[in-house]
Design a protein around this ligand. Sequence first.
Ligand code: UDP
Ligand code: MG
Length: 321
Amino acid sequence: MNNHQIDISVIVPLYNEEESLPELAQWIERVMAENHFTYEIIFVNDGSTDRSWTVIEELAEKNPAIHGISFRRNYGKSPALNTGFSAAQGRVVITMDADLQDSPDEIPELYRMITEEGYDLVSGWKQKRYDPLSKTIPTKLFNATARKVSGIHNLHDFNCGLKAYRCEVVKHIEVYGDMHRYIPYLAKNAGFNKIGEKVVHHQARKYGTTKFGLDRFVNGYLDLMTLWFTSKFGAKPMHFFGLLGSLMFFIGLISTMVVGFGKLWRMKQGLPYSLVADSPYFYLALTMMLLGSQFFLAGFIGEIIARNSTRRNDYEINARL
Ligand code: UDP
Ligand code: MG
């Protein structure tokens, strides 16, 4: 199991954080030295337009454990993390933000939880946050929704930048788009169930400014819906659209028949009757039938797309005899 050359890989995604980097590197180096860890630090420069990359080059010159990867343009935090994950070699992989909001002093305990308590993933929880109110309140809502949808009920803070992973986990998940907010959910979907949490210290941003605006909450919500849908129905879209479509179509059909036969019956009885098209129920019923067929078609198209996916039979296998 332990064929890793080094104990810890620290991955730091960064975008325009030149002022923070030297301090962060020094702090990590100090913690590693005090605890006698072998380590590497991988700075992933996400297309910074300031001097960040030059600073990283200087740091790497002084310490061979420091590595850097630089994107030509800004892709986002998730692509930066994903690239860092591919490069990581340590037994335990730790991610942290570059802005000094996360404390490297948490590393030894996170490492212990992964290696000794057997966690697959440990997420930091900024129980006491030093962020503006406009961010902390929506964050509470965001986390409550994420807990409900993902079924990971013990996490308070999905999007904490400070997380620790067993190396295997990061090699088996793909973080894309803005999905870094839901890494625990991605891990769970890949079959890694032992997900824990550790209360971590949080500090106000010392240098620079936040890179995410309030649109993070809208996008975060949409991404959660996407993840929920793809994890449940990604391989069998018809089970979702087919059920919904059939149900709507059926209700529409019954309602049309009630309206139609109702009129025929009244005609037969010699009662006064009106045109089917005069009834508002007729139009509601028609709409239901139309929408129902559309859902059904969406299901078929989804199935055809899923069938063409080269990854439709990629499963997470963790043991063979
Ligand atoms: N970041 C990045 N690419 C981006 C935006 C952010 O690599 O496009 C990095 C950023 O430099 C920081 C981390 O992601 O190290 C978290 O960003 P930030 O501190 O701005 O987020 P907040 O703490 O406000 O949630
Ligand atoms: Mg920050």
